[in-house]
Design a protein around this ligand. Structure first.
Ligand code: HEC
Length: 111
């Protein structure tokens, strides 16, 4: 019993490290998926990277979105569909997962 802490502690630490690794990997995954989604649905008009101009001159580069929008609220907007503010835009509705992934990506490119 005396040696138990010495063996268990490193195990616990290793487990914690693993959990945080998995979390980080999931966050990365979400951002990657968000990038694909935003690329598919928004890049026709908006600049969707950290640089570059929007193909549609009236469409803001999405990296500046955070200036006017609360990005925490953005997933809900994407789920509801943002066509109300988008005369030219086809109706786009994201699933909850997709909306969160897209928002995670958008958050990652904000300036
Ligand atoms: C067919 C072109 C087109 C596509 C595709 C498109 N947008 Fe837009 N978007 C625009 C234009 C043009 C504007 C600016 C004029 C306006 O507000 O209607 C705009 C404005 C916006 C605004 C600001 C709206 C406001 O009320 O100020 C947001 C946010 C936005 N787009 C997000 C997105 C996202 C996210 C996607 C992808 C899911 C997307 N857009 C896809 C053309 C597009």
């Amino acid at each position: 019993m005396k040696y138990l802490p010495r063996t268990i502690l490193p195990l616990i630490l290793a487990l914690l490290a693993l959990v945080s690794l998995v979390n980080a990997a999931q966050a990365q995954d979400s951002i990657r998926r968000g990038r694909a989604l935003v690329g598919e649905f928004c890049s026709r008009c908006h600049a969707v990277a950290r640089w570059g101009k929007s193909p549609n001159r009236d469409a803001l580069p999405l990296r500046t979105l955070g200036r006017n929008f609360d990005l925490d609220q953005f997933p809900r907007l994407l789920e509801r569909g943002i066509s109300s503010t988008h005369p030219d835009m086809p109706e786009i509705k994201f699933s909850e997962d997709d909306a969160h992934a897209a928002a995670a990506y958008l958050r990652s490119i904000q300036r």
